[in-house]
Design a protein around this ligand. Sequence first.
Ligand code: FAD
Length: 472
Amino acid sequence: MNIVIIGGNHAGIAAAIRIREEHPKDEVIVFEKKDEVTFVSQTIPLFLMGYQNIHSQANYATPEEIINQGINLKIQTEVISIDAKKKMVFYRGENDKIPRYLYYDRLIMATGSYPNLPPTGGKLNETLFLLKERKDAESIENFISEAHQAVVVGAGLVGVEIARILAQRDINVTLIQSNHRILDKYLDEGSALEVEKQLEKEGVTLLLGTRVDSYHTIDKKIWSRPRIDVFTSNGKIISADGVFMSVGFRPNSFLLAGQVETGDRGAIIVDKYMYTSDPSILAIGDCSTTYMDLTKENIYNPHASDAFRQGLIAAINCHEKKKEIMFTTGTYKFNMDGFTIANTGITLNQAKKFGYDAEEVHYQNRYLARKGNSGYESTGTYYHKAENISKDYSSIYLIYEKKTLKILGLQVLGTVDISQYVNIISLAIQKGVTVPEVEFTDFFFEHGYKNPLGFTKILAALVRKKERECES
Ligand SMILES: Cc1cc2nc3c(=O)[nH]c(=O)nc-3n(C[C@H](O)[C@H](O)[C@H](O)COP(=O)(O)OP(=O)(O)OC[C@H]3O[C@@H](n4cnc5c(N)ncnc54)[C@H](O)[C@@H]3O)c2cc1C
């Protein structure tokens, strides 16, 4: 079979490598318009935090390594159109004067996403910045070296991360969010408030419940560098050296516009086997929809974790529909130096919106301090009423359905990284496990000072207490 994959990042490369394993006789051609493959965007924040070496390690495979696996990878080659009826793709390499074409038996769309860019009038990489690609990291690094003030628009995952980094790098930063809480798609009120406090402590000014009305760029003849004024819905004008736009991503599905069905935000609708409405075309990663069983929706959920899973499933199914994908739980971990946020499942707000009779319990750990070579360090052992308390803490929020006690979501955050709990609970959600079931699962003995119970037992006790309170 002749399989064409468009896009050589996480989804496309995951599919190509797995096709080699599943269907060794197939011809696999991957088109990638850039000169690199497998670029990890999560390394951009690390690079900006000063881990300069990370830039040379931001790809987990080189084009040569992919080609050596028997994959016909064409880098610096852009697919410019698709004729789905004739099963043809038209592409142009760097040195091609006219487009070339080829026929496919199966086409796998892995064209990813673009950052949303509302009209601003700002000049890209001068007064206006996006975070997605390697070149974005480089222009932001230049900006940081000469700027003093920045505005970040949108307090989602990327916005929170970049605001924090800018503050750490001594830039006066204002984070504007239209919602009244940051990270509202990922966290509930309690956990979001904790992160907001942390951001303010680190020097980020928050403007919540505020929309940006317009922007005005000021020429560099007046200032040493160009500036941009941001006009907000509540009458504020914030003058800055640059604006960071982090208002989400949109699917890069244009090549198939009008040829396959599209859904949420224009993402290509796929079934549980990664097939589109065209029986010869599959779509994976950020250009496609993702099924969320908890809310029974095919949503746009641009996560690398889903891009990989979808790539592997498409590879298994590219001859015939064999294996359904396990639904997404939207599991995510934040890459914040010294402060971790991770979540899985749905928030309490979302649960209520989708008709669940849901409840939330919260537990906060404090950690014992130990005198180490570099002063007091956290021991990683949580305490109850101990004397020697470090500043380290972690917070856990569990969301469950009252009637069935099924787990619906988990949010963890704090200075101690307990994000692995989120992976355990993601599996529990996918399997429909209840709170009492995880309470009695055989996890290793996780003792704490004056507290011999691990996190699942502590949370289960809180759930029982809450349910008793509700009954009385
Ligand atoms: C700063 C940042 C941090 C992130 N952190 C996380 C995280 O912690 N966890 C997480 O799960 N997700 C994270 N994400 C999201 C994650 O990066 C994406 O979900 C992931 O990159 C999607 O992979 P993909 O292969 O579907 O698409 P993309 O990475 O967008 O890749 C698509 C590829 O297709 C190529 N392409 C597009 N059109 C064509 C064409 N016509 N011809 C040839 N090639 C083409 C592009 O050049 C690109 O290489 C983060 C994103 C950003 C920006």
